[in-house]
Write a protein that binds this ligand. Structure first.
Ligand SMILES: [Zn+2]
Ligand SMILES: [Zn+2]
Length: 270
C-alpha cells in the first residue's frame, strides 16, 4: 500500500467521512429535528458559498454555480423518489449499519444485504427472506430499499400483500369506482419499478384471482429481470408449493436467493 489517501484512490471529489457520496445521513433526524440527509460538512459545506440559498448561485463578477449545487440537487432527487416509495413511516430512513444481527441467520442475511447494496445494479438475484414474525425481515428489506435509493437514486417501491392490496386492485375493475380502469397502470408500475419489496408474501390466498394476480406480478418482474425482495412468514418451499400449480415457486427459485431469518421476536425493540 502507498500513502495515497482514500479519496484519491476512489477518484471521488467527496471525502471519506461521507463515504465519497457528499451526503451525510442522520439516523436520529426525528429526535434532533434535522433533515434525514444533508450535504457533507467536510467536503461540501466547507466549499459552499451560497449558504444553501436558492438557486444556489453566487456573484463573483457574474453568476456562478455553487460547489454544493450538485449535491443539493441529488438530495432533492432522492427525497422525491423516497416520497413515492410507500415505505411505512416507522421503517423510513433506516440504514444498514443500524441493523443488528443477533444470530447466525440474521448475520448471513445482513452480509447478503451489504453485498447487494455495494454491487447494485450488478446483482444477479433478488432475496426471499422468510422466518417467524418479528425477526426483522421487513426492516432489513426496507433498509436495502432505502440504501439503494440513496446510493443509486433508483426508483423503488414497497408493497404489502394484504387484504387491502387486493381490495385496491379489485376496485380498479369495478365500474364507477374512482380508480376504475387503472389496473393495468398499477400492474405496470409494480412490474417496471427498478426495485420492489413485496412484504408478507406467500400467505394462503383463497381465490384463484388473487393467486393469479400474484403470479402475474412475480412473472412480470422475472421477465423484466427486475430486482425484487420478498418477505414471508413461511418457507416458500411449503407455502408456495401449491400456488398456481407451483409456477410461483419455480419463478422465485430462479430469481431469488432464499434465506431464512428465524429467531426470537424483536419487534418491541424497533
Ligand atoms: Zn464528505
Ligand atoms: Zn452552496
Amino acid at each position: 500500500m502507498t500513502n495515497q489517501n482514500k479519496s484519491d484512490q476512489s477518484g471521488s471529489k467527496f471525502c471519506e467521512y461521507c463515504e465519497h457520496t457528499g451526503i451525510i445521513r442522520h439516523p436520529y433526524y426525528k429526535e434532533t429535528g434535522e433533515e434525514p440527509l444533508s450535504p457533507c460538512p467536510r467536503c461540501v459545506l466547507s466549499v459552499c458559498k451560497c449558504n444553501s440559498e436558492e438557486p444556489y448561485f453566487y456573484y463573483d463578477g457574474g453568476i456562478r454555480e455553487c460547489e454544493c449545487r450538485e449535491t443539493r440537487m441529488k438530495i432533492d432527487r432522492i427525497k422525491f423518489i423516497y416520497a413515492a416509495s410507500a415505505i411505512d413511516k416507522k421503517y423510513q430512513w433506516r440504514f444498514i449499519n443500524e441493523f443488528e444481527s443477533r444470530n447466525k441467520l440474521t448475520d448471513t442475511a445482513k452480509s447478503a444485504a451489504y453485498d447487494i447494496i455495494r454491487s447494485f445494479p450488478d446483482v444477479k438475484k433478488g432475496l426471499y427472506l422468510w422466518g417467524n414474525p418479528g425477526t426483522g425481515k421487513t426492516l432489513l428489506s426496507t433498509i436495502i430499499l432505502t440504501e439503494l435509493i440513496i446510493r443509486h437514486a433508483v426508483e423503488g417501491r414497497f408493497v404489502k400483500i394484504s387484504r387491502n392490496f387486493f381490495n385496491r386492485l379489485r376496485a380498479t375493475f369495478a365500474e364507477g369506482s374512482e380508480t376504475y380502469g387503472t389496473s393495468s397502470a398499477i400492474e405496470r408500475e409494480f412490474a417496471e419499478v427498478d426495485v420492489l419489496v413485496i412484504d408478507d408474501f406467500g400467505t394462503q390466498r383463497d381465490s384463484t384471482w388473487e393467486q393469479e394476480t400474484l403470479y402475474n406480478l412475480v412473472d412480470a418482474r422475472y421477465e423484466a429481470e427486475k430486482f425484487t425482495i420478498f418477505t414471508s412468514n413461511n418457507s416458500p418451499l411449503t407455502a408456495l408449493k401449491d400456488i398456481s400449480g407451483g409456477r410461483v415457486l419455480s419463478r422465485i427459485k430462479e430469481m431469488c436467493r432464499i434465506m431464512e431469518i428465524s429467531g426470537p421476536d424483536y419487534r418491541e425493540t424497533l
